[in-house]
Design a protein around this ligand. Structure first.
Ligand code: AHR
Length: 628
């Protein structure tokens, strides 16, 4: 018997078998359909946090290319010039100038001895891949001799080189293609003069030729695409609110050409360039095949609110953003969108008012947005915040955004019951959730399995839970002020946490209808919380597969008798197993693929006796079960 079990589940060790927990049973009935699953259930939440945009999904390799990043932080503490350095005998200063139209902007002014110059370090280094082209653009004036450009470790290795011709006294736009002849993950972009020089530079950009749609870092984009998101909530999170109203996210400020966009202090401790603005987020959603879900500032920041008698412009922003997304090119804001290059509407369906706002102040502001939007755009699905136990009372709420940052044990117990027990009256958007462990900087297996149990419970409550997204989505490993995150990015590596694999597996195995699934599982203790050892549900997929998801929340391998009634008695199946290892196992920069799912194929004659490895998610796809 032991040998047989070992043969079918490589991940189960002999030690685990000796500790097999009491059996459980999962009984699915194909004849009992419990309604449709929530069509838009699994999405992603994109916040500008942890350098998830600049230094994350946005492919730009130069940091602070506009020289506009502030020289002070929000506490008026002086910051060094971000990412730029003099090279050799050179001085590099930033100065503000005014153009003919009176617009003020900052440029770099460089005084350098022959052979010296300046460099940009990118986002903790610039990764260069042999054979890939890199498109450099910049504005320059005053250089009397040519300037050499290289991607290298300040002289050690030239991965790519080029030359900017001598210029004159007027600003000139320069475009240069650098082709990499070597691979190096920590280059700088280095400019060296061919003579003693005194000149100015602005708007420096370096885009890799393999960027998706010329905008998105390919390996990061692929990690997002693998999640098959049905929606993309953006751009925050607390980033939407800002600490004070002057740092609140205002989408209209992000529309000008990139060279004119002003960076903004981000409460996650850096300057955001706004290079990915409202329009680019919509492009990202479109490229991913996800519905955009914009979370607009509700006239509230962490420490200040917009006075009620001055809310008009904020509410107008909400109306205008709908017109920008959905209006035809004949409307004022539809015309702006068309002029930016997208004549077709983006079809905004969901609009969230505020992030984690609550109390009377939120209630009265929500009412303003609600009334204005309902009057003009009744088709928009409005989402209200549900935070600190505050339900909006002033208006009927269609969808409430609720956030859960809890321990893995909470997700396995209270979390699993939360939506089973919730009143049916409201629909929920579980807008942010993640298991947080004491030690889980990278996110570990236990957290991911807690979330898997929770996701089963979300999936089996389609009447109540319409949308859900893990948070946060992306972190640059060099600037992760929040932990854990779903995807980690360094200059040349991208990897998913164990939670990423869980998210991917749920998205890949979404069904169309929910099937009756009765469970009988042993009780189990999770810390001081009581729950069930196994959590499971069953759905019917579009291709006719019966998909059963079974999560073993315990640290012991657990026997399960699995039956599917109402179809054929025998069938082939594919089983995907994730987990079966110690609670704290995780992926990291040093072992990015430490945890991976495994696929097993087999034939079933119901009922089948299975063993669920400790801390694991098993997804069974039973094939061609329907009786014809
Ligand atoms: O996801 C990180 C933060 O958690 C979000 O900015 C905020 O909405 C929540 O408190």
């Amino acid at each position: 018997m032991k040998r047989q079990l070992l043969a079918s589940f490589g991940a189960v060790s002999l030690a685990m078998l000796s500790a097999l927990a009491d059996g459980a049973s999962i009984s699915v009935d194909m004849r009992e359909v419990r309604g449709e699953t929530a069509h838009d259930l699994w999405g992603i939440f994109f916040e500008d946090i942890d350098l998830s945009i600049d230094g994350g999904v946005y492919a730009e390799l130069v940091r602070n290319g506009s020289f506009e990043e502030g020289s002070i932080n929000r506490w008026n503490k002086a910051l060094p010039l971000a990412a730029w350095h003099p090279v050799g005998a050179a001085e590099l200063n930033v100065r503000e100038i005014e153009d003919d139209g009176g617009k003020r902007y900052r440029v770099a002014s460089i005084r350098a001895k022959k052979g010296c110059g300046f460099s940009n370090e990118g986002f903790f280094g610039i990764a260069v891949k042999e054979g890939v082209e890199y498109f450099l653009s910049l504005r320059i004036r005053g250089n009397k001799a040519p300037i050499s450009v290289s991607l290298d470790r300040t002289g050690a290795l030239s991965a790519a080189t080029g030359e900017i011709a001598a210029g004159g006294g007027e600003w000139a736009d320069v475009a240069l293609t650098l082709k990499a002849v070597a691979t190096d993950s920590r280059c700088s972009l280095v400019f060296r003069t061919a003579a003693d020089e005194d000149f100015e530079v602005d708007c420096v950009s370096l885009m890799p030729g393999d960027a998706v749609n010329g905008l998105w870092r390919r390996d990061v984009f692929e990690r997002l695409a693998a999640l098959k998101p049905r929606f993309l909530r953006f751009p925050g999170g607390c980033w939407v609110e800002g600490e004070m109203m002057k740092y609140a996210y205002r989408w209209k400020k992000t529309l000008p050409p990139r060279s004119e966009r002003k960076p903004q202090w981000n409460l996650w401790m850096y300057w955001s360039s706004n290079s990915v603005g409202f329009y680019e987020y919509l492009l990202l959603a479109e490229a991913l095949g996800a519905k955009p879900l914009f979370c607009i500032n509700a006239g509230m920041s962490h420490k200040q609110n917009q006075p009620m008698d001055k809310m008009g412009e904020y509410v107008q922003d909400a109306l205008d953003c709908i017109e920008f997304c959905n209006g035809d090119a004949g409307t004022k804001w539809g015309a702006v969108r068309a002029a930016m290059g997208h004549p077709k509407p983006f079809n905004l369906e969901y609009l969230e008012i505020g992030n984690e706002n609550f109390g009377e102040a939120y209630d009265e502001r929500y009412a303003l947005y609600h009334d204005a939007i309902r009057a003009k755009y009744p088709e928009i699905k409005l989402i209200a915040n549900f935070f600190k136990d505050w339900h909006v009372k002033s208006r009927h709420v269609e969808i409430e955004d609720i956030h859960h940052y809890e321990t893995p044990e909470w997700f396995m117990t209270k979390g699993v019951e939360f939506y089973d027990k919730a009143a049916a009256a409201t629909s929920f958007f579980v807008g942010e959730y993640a298991a947080q462990d004491a030690i889980g900087f990278w996110g570990d297996l236990k957290g991911a399995i807690g979330e898997a149990a929770f996701m089963v419970a979300l999936e089996r409550n389609p009447g109540k839970v319409r949308l859900a997204a893990y948070a946060p989505l992306i972190a640059n490993v060099e600037h992760s002020v929040w932990a854990p995150n779903l995807i980690y990015v360094s200059t040349d590596t991208v990897f998913g946490s164990p939670s990423w694999t869980v998210q991917k597996l749920f998205a890949e195995n979404m069904g169309e209808t929910l099937l009756a699934c009765a469970m009988d599982a042993p009780d189990s203790k999770f810390g001081n919380l009581d729950g069930k050892a196994i959590v499971a549900d069953a759905v019917l997929a579009g291709n006719g597969d019966v998909v059963v998801k079974a999560v073993n929340c315990t640290g012991e391998a657990t026997k399960v008798t699995l039956n599917v009634a109402g179809g054929k008695r025998e069938c082939s199946y594919v089983r995907t197993v994730f987990g079966g290892e110690a609670a704290d196992v995780h992926n990291s920069l040093y072992e990015p693929e430490r945890l991976k799912e495994h696929t097993i194929r087999g034939n079933a004659a119901f009922p089948i006796a299975e063993t669920l490895p400790p801390l694991s998610l098993s997804i069974y796809r039973f094939k061609e079960l329907s009786q014809r």
